[in-house]
Write a protein that binds this ligand. Structure first.
Ligand code: URA
Length: 232
């Protein structure tokens, strides 16, 4: 039922409906498509240092996900890492703990890192979205767009030598393509205008459901490692 319809019914019952007097449009505030939620323009991130960036992400209200998040999930790891792993968005556990890849998919990611002789603390791990989409739905286009400057600034600050996109969604978002993952795996791409090599592999959550594809994921990780070594 729409809010207007609810108001009509309440008014017909003689119940006074109170409205917020908060102005709908006050400069940087745009009306939300779902009604009363106030969204703020994405804050600029281009010149921020780590602390400023983290504070900006924590305070972000640029999309509706800010309403239902427990907290933002900024990213974790070595801020000087050669390797950057990028997933899709926080899940329920990540939303609770404020850290990416801490659930079952995170355990498999840790195993993938171990196979590369890497520890979680040596690499940087982030997501395309910093807030959890409800019911683990796919991130919406506007959510990706609003969050994009934050990941871009993380990439600039880290200066990784290779980026590994975990899963179709991260790959398509980072490469701005709708090509299927089957077409994106197996060769180095470049991330945006940075020229940083980007390798696409399966998302660990997918690999938990489809362990047969772990072999292909290992080939992707080996390609990422050889790409990084070639850039030395
Ligand atoms: N899946 C993701 O893509 N990111 C997380 O942080 C957790 C699960």
């Amino acid at each position: 039922m729409t809010v207007d319809k609810q108001h009509q019914i309440l008014e017909a019952m003689g119940i006074q409906v109170w409205e917020s007097r908060c102005p709908e449009a006050s400069g940087d505030v745009a009306p939300s498509p779902i009604g009363k939620i106030k969204l703020a323009a994405t804050p600029p991130a281009t010149k921020l240092d780590w602390q400023g960036l983290q504070q900006t992400v924590t305070a972000c209200r640029a999309c509706e996900l800010h309403v239902i998040r427990t907290q933002t999930v900024f990213g974790v790891g070595n801020k000087d890492a050669d390797w950057l792993f990028v997933g899709e968005a926080p899940g329920a556990e990540e939303d609770r703990k404020g850290e990416p890849f801490v659930g079952r998919a995170g355990q498999l990611l840790a195993a993938m890192l171990f196979a590369l002789n890497l520890k979680r603390e040596q690499v940087y791990i982030a997501n395309v979205l910093k807030c959890r989409p409800p019911a683990n739905r796919d991130p919406a286009g506007n959510e990706v767009q609003q969050c994009e400057p934050f990941l871009l600034r993380q990439v600039e600050l880290i200066g990784p030598r290779v980026i590994v996109a975990l899963g179709r969604f991260a790959a398509q978002s980072l490469l701005k393509t709708s090509d299927p993952i089957s077409r994106l795996r197996g060769r180095p791409h470049a991330y945006g205008g940075t020229g940083i090599p980007l390798i696409v592999t399966y998302h660990p959550a997918y690999l938990l459901r489809s362990p047969m594809d772990k072999k292909k994921a290992w080939a992707d990780l080996c390609l990422a490692r050889s790409t990084l070594q070639a850039s030395a």
